[in-house]
Ligand binder design. Sequence first.
Ligand code: TYD
Ligand code: MG
Length: 454
Amino acid sequence: MPPRPKTAFVCQQCGFQSPKWIGRCPSCDGWNTFVEERLVAPPKGRGLARATREPIALDAVPADAEQRLATGIGEFDRVLGGGIVRGSLVLLGGDPGIGKSSLLMHASAALATRGTVLYVSGEESAAQTKIRARRFGISGEGIMHLAETDLGSVIEAVRRVRPSFVVVDSIQTMSSDAIASAAGGVSQLRECTARLLELAKGEDVPIFLVGHVTKEGAVAGPRVLEHIVDAVLYLEGERFHAFRILRATKNRFGSTDEVGVFEMGESGLREVTNPSEVFLEERSRGVAGSVVVPTVEGTRPLLVEVQALVTPTAFGLPRRTVNGADAQRVLLLLAVLAKRAGLSLGSHDVYVNLVGGLRIREPAADLGLAVAVASALRDRAADPRTVFIGELGLGGELRRVQRVVARLREAERLGFARAVIPAASLGDLDGTALEVVGASSLREALERSGVIER
Ligand code: TYD
Ligand code: MG
């Protein structure tokens, strides 16, 4: 009798293995995430190429050993740290329908002028891909399409075609016959990704993997792959907004705080090289609750409009709805507003929204968020030509922020006249045409903005 294949229960969310089924994953706290999968011993020599290698002196490695392939799509190259590194394996994640295939089709078209591109799709036929490409004005010259879900055939095609760029759309549809479980399961995802990593290093070709993430986390997400690949990019945006933000959350070849901004249209994704202008285009000037905040994403300052709406709670507990900012942070700001500025929101619903579908995570936006809420509560507009910068402490004190010069320069460029900044940041300035107001507390900043009386 052949030995029974070894199996284990694998969490489809984080990859945790257990010999028996468990309802809640001890590693990621997910419920009902375990599925039985057959285990296979990983082939030896995982990691880089399998050939034995000699150690080499680091100072003998040429500094430009890493060759980059620029697509010419500035926003895309920027996020990658200046272009695609040869032999790298990059994961592009995002919700279904957000534009991952479209973005990689644009990149493929840009690279096809310099070599063959192999576009492997397990989701769309060549005809479907062609229809999209034509709509985007892409002729398809130099792009080879392969509708395939079998990993072995994909690897063989790469060895045969010797492309200069490969897209695998999506990694969830690929399956290797070395693994018995279904495509999309954690074992399959890991196996396929590890083999594509070997292929990328062995053939010295960059490979981009598309990975779908679902909010529910029901299907194995690309999260389990993040430590295998060289770089992880996420394409984000609100489904019904035109803007798409490309962000790196891991990058072995560059920084992870650069973002790329795109606008979606009939003819595809267009890069937005002047995001501040675009984000402020439809701004409601002089309306209570609207405030402009200069944030910094990577090396680039970005001006965004924060909107707040405050209404009396009609029934039950007051609601707090936050879009585009950290909801926990906003709760903290509401507490600081109540305690340190006397603006109690205990019987009001609060809605906070970032215009354009952008998300800000940096604390330097605290003051802008707080002023927007205070302005909405008092129904008094903040001066539309003033920008607000500052991190708030629990004591209501305004803390110094980074890169204040770049933020003010961007505000100046866009025609703003005044900036309220932390008093502690005044020393960092080096001449600006803006009228700069230094405030040391939230209360002082609110008074100087005209939102509350002195
Ligand atoms: P798609 O790239 O297929 O999304 P994903 O691969 O992330 O699932 O895009 C979804 C749909 O949106 C597709 O039908 C094409 C359309 N679309 C446009 O019309 N214009 C655009 O700029 C983008 C990005 C997509
Ligand atoms: Mg797609």
